[in-house]
Design a protein around this ligand. Sequence first.
Ligand code: S3P
Length: 170
Amino acid sequence: MNILLIGFMGCGKTSLGKKLAKQMDLKFIDLDKIIEENEQVSVDEIFNSKGEDYFRGLETEWLSNFEGEGYVVSFGGGTPCFNANMEIINSIGTSVYLQMNARLLTDRLFHSKQKRPLIEKFKNDKPRLILEIEKLLKHRETFYKKANVIFEASNMSAAKLNSLVGVLLD
Ligand code: S3P
């Protein structure tokens, strides 16, 4: 069994992925982290020095070469939205879209210290940030909604996590 977590930046893919992996006794992988380890620089630096297309190529290359069972993988927010990545994701295992509305995403991203190249320049302007997030989310949801499971991810609790595990084991 493989579980593939997708969703917008800041929706909690990494933290939920770790908990899910622990609870279901699976191994956890964070694709951004793998790319950073392989490239020896941060995602932000990759965007700045080599550009977004290069980064998207790395994501697709990793996905195309993926094999194995027993993983929870959390992807970057853009991974499913480029090349034929969403089709590859769905061929690897059960995909889960962690859905969250633009207002909550904006609040979470506004307070996040993590550098995210696509929204960095709007970080000090919350009204502008929400507009950008609404626009990007609208475009990206056409990809995210191809997931096998759509899970409303706000107000995560132990009970909510258990309900997701239940759905995945069903
Ligand atoms: C991106 C999301 C980031 C990271 C990169 C691009 C995106 O990951 O992959 O900054 O296009 O949405 P998170 O979703 O973990 O922030």
